[in-house]
Design a protein around this ligand. Structure first.
Ligand code: 5CA
Length: 443
């Protein structure tokens, strides 16, 4: 992409309304714009990151056997009256009336809609287990939307729903999701900490939150320090029930709790081993048995000829919240430092002297070569001062920077620097730049 043609409205001034680093950087880097309190438009650079995160989530969920669907954002009130949640949900639910005076709502979650689909489509135990997920917008009329996309009113969530014949099978589904969440967050360059959690309005008796540590996190976290260094397997066979159970066991062996469940009197971790920190909840998983299937009559025939209500769980990841969360975890004074796995472009190719014919032709050639090798490159071909370009590259935080300038071009060299490691600047031969970049991106 040529920056001269790219819609990238960066801001020089620090927006005063933004209280957290990620919110400030997302506004300054031209990723999002606020439309109303807690409601954002995603501009091209932000949209690319959102897509990358969604792709990681999708890839790892599909490995577990889960299937992607898409359900509407607007839902009929009747389904929620059937489950009994319509009145309970309170003011967070945005209620709407259509032209025929039928009550609708903008879905804050989709247990009811998905249960309705499944009860109408599945009659036999042979169709189970079934796991359906979507990556779609939710609306919760939060009293205090804040921290930009981290606590929005409209936000993008991966919401998955497991349907099983019995509790044992549903608990295995829960464990697969637990492991899948560890892997997704690791693949996004994060260190997840699973906390035993309260189930709130979703219900059920088994629930874990997945937290990443950040100073501006809304949750207070108490956990054994082991959690910051525990290994996540590189690959997992999701059919291997024993291995999945073992990973969950390892990951829940030590103490980890949020504020509401932490009790200093009963917590046995010695003080010097207890990590007390702030965290951001980026995922939440629930097993709630037949809480929805009973009132909504979602049942299947069993092998012995009877009928049984489905056992269910639901599995959420805050896709848009993760964009802010990743920035909170990875930035410096100058700007964002994107992990390679979610960077909107892999390479910032900077032409320091656009208009100079030697610089232009070197930059254009390398740009063409890189893009035809399948690498995502943002070429800064604008007629701007060198200092402005370099400062903006720091702000945008693309992982690898290649800088072409008149002196280098004359000497046949190009400057290479990693955003995460700015002190390690070096010159390489211009003729080696393509090979170097291709290898670097693969690493
Ligand atoms: N039905 C279940 C799972 S599908 C559910 O709704 N769970 S949840 O309420 O915990 O939300 C799942 C995830 O969505 C949270 O872990 C969080 O990462 C994200 N999330 C929740 N509320 C917001 C919000 N207001 N803004 C941004 N992300 C949010």
């Amino acid at each position: 992409m040529r920056q001269s043609l790219y819609f990238l409205p960066t801001l020089k001034e620090v927006p005063t309304e933004a209280q957290t680093v990620s919110h400030r950087l997302m506004l300054r880097a031209g990723m999002v714009r606020q439309v109303a309190a807690g409601i954002y438009s995603w501009l091209p650079l932000g949209q690319r990151v959102l897509d990358k995160i969604a792709d990681h989530v999708r890839a790892e969920q599909v490995k577990t056997g889960a299937m992607e669907i898409i359900m509407p954002t607007l839902q009929p009130a009747e389904l929620w009256q059937e489950s009994g949640r319509y009145d309970d949900y309170g003011k967070e639910m945005l209620r709407i009336t259509d032209r025929h005076d039928r009550p609708l709502l903008y879905g804050p979650t989709a247990e009811e809609v998905v249960t309705d689909i499944v009860r109408n489509s599945i009659k036999s135990y042979r169709s189970l287990p079934l796991n359906l997920f979507q990556i779609h917008w939710k609306f919760r009329d939060e009293v205090r939307p804040r921290f930009g996309v981290m606590r929005g009113r409209e936000f993008l969530m991966k919401d998955g729903y497991g349907f099983d014949l019995d509790e044992a099978s549903a608990r295995f589904t829960y464990q697969k999701m637990f492991v899948s969440y560890l892997r997704i967050l690791r693949n996004l360059g994060l260190n997840p900490i699973p906390l035993r959690a309260d189930t709130g309005p979703i219900g059920g008796d088994l629930s874990h939150e997945f937290i990443i540590l950040a100073e501006t996190g809304e949750s207070q976290v108490y956990c054994h320090q082991n959690y910051t260094s525990r290994a996540i397997p590189d690959a997992v066979d999701y059919d291997d029930q024993d291995h999945i159970a073992q990973i969950v066991k390892d990951w829940t062996a030590d103490y980890a709790a949020a504020d509401d469940l932490h009790n200093p009197a009963t917590c046995k971790v010695p003080d010097h081993e207890l990590l007390t920190a702030r965290g951001i909840e980026v995922g939440h998983i629930f097993y709630f048995g037949t809480k929805y299937s009973t009132p909504m009559k979602a049942a299947v025939s069993t092998e012995s000829g009877g009928l049984t209500n489905l056992h269910m769980g639901s599995y959420g990841i805050g896709v848009s919240r993760l964009v802010g969360g990743i920035i909170e975890a990875s930035h410096d004074d100058l700007g964002i430092i994107w992990p390679k796995s979610v960077a909107p472009f892999q390479i910032a190719l900077i032409n320091l002297k656009a208009g100079d014919s030697a610089c232009d032709s070197a930059a254009n050639l390398l740009y063409k070569q890189l893009t035809s090798s399948g690498i995502e490159v943002l070429l800064d071909d604008r007629d701007e001062r060198a200092g402005v370009k370099l400062a903006e590259a720091d702000l945008l935080g693309l992982p690898l920077r290649l800088v072409i300038g008149p002196k280098g071009v004359a000497a046949g060299t190009i400057e290479v620097v990693e955003r995460a490691n700015p002190s390690n600047k070096r010159e390489i031969a211009l003729s080696d730049a393509l090979g170097f970049a291709v290898e670097w991106v693969k690493r």
